[in-house]
Structure formats: structure tokens, C-alpha cells
Design a protein around this ligand. Structure first.
Ligand code: AMP
Ligand code: MG
Length: 488
């Protein structure tokens, strides 16, 4: 099977990573191949699904073209610095340049212990692998930058979690696995030379077009700030809660990275967090812009040695750049919200208009996704009634709708065109937490039907799919108390 891996990261100095081979597993078996992604990468889905392909995806066979490595990184976890994390259960096989000319990492997640495993077993369990598969591919279909899932296999081994679970390996594809924590790793060691190399590498790989006249570090910092602002704006627009926005899970390429305890809002509650270990609500839905800013500040700290020999002056320069974040984020956010409201022209009061609707949703515990989607029906008939039906007391919503419908009128187009525009910005389907849990429960019982169905439906999240109405519905009362668990 041709796997034309390249190895630009493995050509960086030896202390950027550890060479490590995947640990073979007992009985690899295929769960899923992502055929469209395989083809984008120039790979044959049939060959990936062959016995030889499955051996590679399980880590039992390392292709000649691979140079397996685990990447070194540090990170702030829930605010506390850990100087050495690294890939404890993920092994990079190499990079593939896709048909689009973009270079991507191909990584086996759950492929065994590495020098960074600390107390961990280097493995992944079936449930979290299927969750990451479905949710990351749904995010892609929703149009959000994200790592992707190329394949999943079971290992035929048990991983000792609570309760014990079947082991699985996810083949993850990413623009790269560079994290804010990668920069922190070298900064903490006072390794200025490595920081400079990493900065040059990241800039060339992810932001080759940016103007670096003011220095590579500042150019990279600005580019990552922009990318993170746009990313978090997209998350908020979909009700997505990442759940563990530590700096080691913050991608330099601006992709959604590390789907551990992530979840989507059903009812619009900005203070909502789902993770069992996020006690203070640090990573709650509405906190995410603040946390992105905090994580960028840590990137800034790491880059200080590259910006100016005078530390104080470097810090002042980076702080000034960081201070752009609130405006950059606000602009990205209002752009998302404007599209969700079906508006084309930019109005002075668009942010306020959106905020008022979100406030009403929160006040009435209305489903985030269904409410925005229903705006399309309202636009089609020129009346807020289809949305008002979701509110116990729609008095304030009706007042809001007068202003909104007037704005829609100003923007022109037929009612049908407006409705179509709103549907393109507001999905009918998101990976709802209770459906993900039901899918995992079924898979643990040997039934992959719900997994396949979720994949199929969530590949077209903006299309009405009447035969999948059950997947668009919010959870019933008995499905409510949802919690996600990290580190699984
Ligand atoms: P995460 O919470 O998945 O972002 O992981 C945080 C750190 O813990 C990273 O360094 C991971 O590589 C490591 N890690 C998580 N799970 C395991 C595991 N089962 N075995 C070894 N290392 C792990
Ligand atoms: Mg992580």
C-alpha cells in the first residue's frame, strides 16, 4: 500500500520528539474508514480496509515510509503549568500532502506507551474513540476547523478504565499537532534556539503568507490570535463546549484539537460546563473567549525571548498585541451571529440584536440549535410564530422579531432566499450528547448501527433529513443529566 509519508517535523532537532514504535495489539479489527478523507489524502479506502491496512492502523505493522515519533510538549492544565506532557498515547507516523497541497499529520491515538506516558497505559477506549470520530467529523461537516478522523480499529484488548472497556485506536489527521504547549515546553527549558526553530517551522507550515517584517515571533503570535478568535467564535455559534481548553490542547493551526470531554449545549445556558473534572466551570460555554485569551497570553509568555533582548520591552510589545483580542474576537463573533440571523449587510446594532435573542433563549431555556434553525421558517413566512412556539412567554421575542424582520427586509432577497441563507448558517443536526452516549452504549453491546447512522446524518448537518428527525430532537427529561469524563 503506497503511503508516501514525509517527515518535516522529524527533521527538527532530536529533543523535539522521541522516536517510538507503536505497541502491537492482540486482535486488530476494523471499526471504520473515512473514505472521503482517505481520498483527499490520496489514499485508497479499500487498501486501508485490507488486512495489511488494518495492521497499520492498529500499530501492528509500521510501514517502511513511516518514522514514528511522539511529540514533546508542556502545557497549562486548568491553570497550572506542567513542564513535560507530550504525546503519552499518540504516535505520529508522518505527514501526507493531500490532493489540495496541504500537509497533514497522520497520528495513531491509543497506540501504546511512549516516553511521555507517565503513569498512563498509552491506550484509548472504544467509547472516547467513537466520540472523537463522530464529533470531529461533524465539526468538519459544520465547517469548523478541526482535526479529523481517518479510521478507527479495535484492539481485541481490554483497557482498564472504570469500568473496563474495549481498547481502540483512532487515526487522527491534523494540520499539525503543534500546540501552545509545544512553545511552552521549550520556553520553560530556556531553549531559545529551539523556540526560534519552532516559530520558523510553524510560520512556514501554517501561515506562509503573513508579513513577518516585524519578526517571526510577532507574526506568528498575531496569526494564532486571529485563528483562535475565529475558531472560538465558530464554537459559540454552534453551542460547542470544548471542555478542556488547556494550552496543550490549543492548536497553533487554529483547529479544534483533543475531543475529550466536549459537548454541545441543548438549551442555551452560557454557564454550562459538562466535564466531570471542570469543577469551577473554568471551561464553561460562555468562558471560552476569555480562556482563549488566557491561552494566548501563555503563548505570548513563551515567545518573549524571541521578541526583544529586553524582556520588559518584549512583554510590553506582546501585551499590546494581545490587547487586540477582544476586538478581533468580537468582530469574528458578530460575523458568525450575523450569518446565523440571515443578515448580509453590516448593521451597527447587529451584535446587540443577536445578544438580545440569545438572552431570551437563555431566559426561557430554549434549545440553541432548534431556535436558530426555526429562524429560517420565520423568515420564510415573514412572521416569528414558528420560533415563538418554543417560548413559554414570547412577548419579548415578538418585540425583538419586529427589529429583526425589518433588518431582513433591508437586506433584500425573497423570503425563500432568506430562509435558505439561514439554513446554511444554522444546522438542523449537531452531535447531541444523549445521542452520542446512546451510540457508545450500542457500540459497547456490539451494535455499530447508531455510529454509522450518526456519521451519515452528521455528514450533512445543514440539510433537512426527515427520516432522522429523532436525531435533531433535544433530549427528553430522562436523558438530561449529562456529564463527560476526561482522561479516558
Ligand atoms: P488529554 O487530557 O487527553 O489532553 O491528555 C493530557 C496528557 O495526558 C497528554 O500528555 C496525554 O498524552 C496524556 N495522556 C492521556 N491519556 C493517556 C493514557 N491513557 N496514557 C498515557 N498518556 C495519556
Ligand atoms: Mg491533549
Amino acid at each position: 500500500m503506497p503511503l508516501p509519508f514525509e517527515h518535516t517535523y522529524a527533521r527538527l532537532p532530536a529533543h523535539f520528539f522521541a522516536k517510538v514504535r507503536p505497541t502491537p495489539v492482540a486482535r486488530p479489527a476494523l471499526l471504520a474508514i473515512n473514505a472521503p478523507l482517505a481520498e483527499e489524502l490520496g489514499l485508497s479506502p479499500t487498501e486501508l480496509a485490507s488486512p495489511e491496512g488494518i495492521e497499520i492502523l492498529a500499530g501492528n505493522r509500521v510501514p517502511d515510509s513511516a518514522e514514528p515519533i511522539a511529540l514533546a510538549y508542556a502545557g497549562h492544565q486548568f491553570g497550572a503549568f506542567v513542564p513535560r506532557l507530550g504525546d503519552g498515547r499518540a504516535i505520529l507516523l508522518g505527514e501526507l500532502v493531500g490532493k489540495d497541497g496541504v500537509r497533514r499529520d497522520v497520528q495513531l491515538k491509543g497506540a501504546g506507551r511512549t516516553p511521555f506516558s507517565r503513569g498512563g497505559d498509552g491506550r484509548a477506549a472504544l467509547g472516547p474513540v467513537l466520540r472523537e470520530f463522530v464529533v470531529s467529523e461533524a465539526m468538519h461537516a459544520l465547517g469548523v476547523p478541526t482535526t479529523r478522523a481517518l479510521a478507527a480499529v479495535t484492539t481485541g484488548e481490554t483497557v482498564f478504565r472504570d469500568p473496563p472497556a474495549p481498547g481502540a485506536v483512532l487515526t487522527r489527521v491534523a494540520a499539525s499537532h503543534l500546540r501552545v504547549g509545544t512553545f511552552e515546553y521549550f520556553a520553560a527549558r530556556g531553549d531559545r534556539e529551539a523556540l526560534a526553530q519552532l516559530t520558523g517551522y510553524a510560520l512556514a507550515r501554517h501561515y506562509p503568507g503573513v508579513d513577518a517584517a516585524g519578526g517571526a515571533a510577532l507574526a506568528l503570535f498575531d496569526a494564532v490570535l486571529q485563528a483562535q478568535a475565529r475558531l472560538v467564535a465558530r464554537w459559540l455559534g454552534l453551542g460547542f463546549v470544548h471542555g478542556v481548553m488547556n494550552t496543550d490542547n490549543t492548536s497553533i493551526a487554529g483547529e479544534t484539537l483533543d475531543y475529550g470531554p466536549c459537548a454541545f449545549l441543548d438549551t442555551h445556558v452560557p454557564s454550562r460546563s459538562f466535564s466531570s473534572i471542570d469543577h469551577g466551570g473554568r471551561y464553561a460555554y460562555g468562558q471560552q473567549p476569555r480562556i482563549a485569551l488566557w491561552n494566548l497570553a501563555r503563548l505570548g509568555d513563551a515567545l518573549i525571548p524571541l521578541v526583544d533582548d529586553d524582556q520588559a520591552r518584549a512583554a510590553a510589545t506582546l501585551t499590546e498585541r494581545l490587547e487586540a483580542f477582544p476586538d478581533v474576537f468580537a468582530a469574528a463573533h458578530v460575523e458568525v451571529l450575523r450569518a446565523k440571523l440571515g443578515l448580509v449587510s453590516e448593521g451597527e446594532d447587529d451584535a446587540e440584536l443577536a445578544r438580545d435573542l440569545l438572552g431570551e433563549m437563555a431566559a426561557h431555556a430554549v434549545d440553541h440549535t432548534l431556535c436558530f434553525r426555526a429562524l429560517a421558517d420565520a423568515a420564510a413566512v415573514g412572521d416569528i410564530a414558528p420560533v415563538a412556539a418554543m417560548f413559554r412567554d414570547p412577548t419579548r421575542l415578538r418585540a425583538w422579531a419586529t427589529a429583526w424582520l425589518a433588518r431582513l427586509d433591508d437586506d433584500g432577497g425573497t423570503p425563500a432566499e432568506r430562509a435558505a441563507r439561514i439554513r446554511r448558517a444554522n444546522p438542523a443536526f449537531i452531535p447531541r450528547n444523549h445521542q452520542i452516549e446512546a451510540m457508545i452504549t450500542a457500540a459497547l453491546g456490539g451494535d455499530l448501527g447508531p455510529f454509522e447512522r450518526l456519521r451519515r446524518v452528521l455528514a450533512r448537518p445543514y440539510d433537512d433529513q426527515p427520516d432522522a428527525a429523532d436525531l435533531a430532537a433535544p433530549p427528553g427529561a430522562e436523558q438530561w443529566s449529562y456529564r463527560t469524563f476526561c482522561g479516558t
